[in-house]
Design a protein. Structure first.
Length: 110
């Protein structure tokens, strides 16, 4: 991949999303001190909702996940479900208003 970026074979890449989901959110999760983040990630993966990316992070929050829903109500249910999981101390959610996924690589020529 790096060689193709450096040579200019690939000049940009991005993510193609499923357009059936009109609502997207970034959900930050703070865990209680004794909770293992890897175990929480397993629980999040098992939820019957569209969580398409989960990251264990450092800093104020322990996990950040990216959720999608077909309606505002379904997004609210997803966030409420996460809040009710045993071991979750706090969540902070950011509803995505607009996104630009065609980010040009810094390795691209021109």
């Amino acid at each position: 991949m790096k060689r193709m970026l450096d040579s200019g074979t690939i000049i940009k890449f991005g993510i193609e999303t499923n357009t059936e989901f009109d609502y997207r959110a970034i959900i930050c999760i703070r865990l209680k001190p004794a909770v293992d983040a890897r175990e929480m990630i397993k629980r999040l993966k098992a939820l019957p909702y569209e969580i398409n990316h989960i990251c264990e992070v450092s800093g104020e929050y322990d996990i950040i996940c990216f959720g999608e829903a077909q309606s505002h109500e379904k997004m609210n249910r997803l966030i409420d479900t996460i809040r009710r999981i045993s071991g979750v101390m706090e969540t902070k959610s950011f509803i995505v208003l607009r996104q630009d996924l065609n980010i040009k690589s810094k390795h691209a020529k021109g």
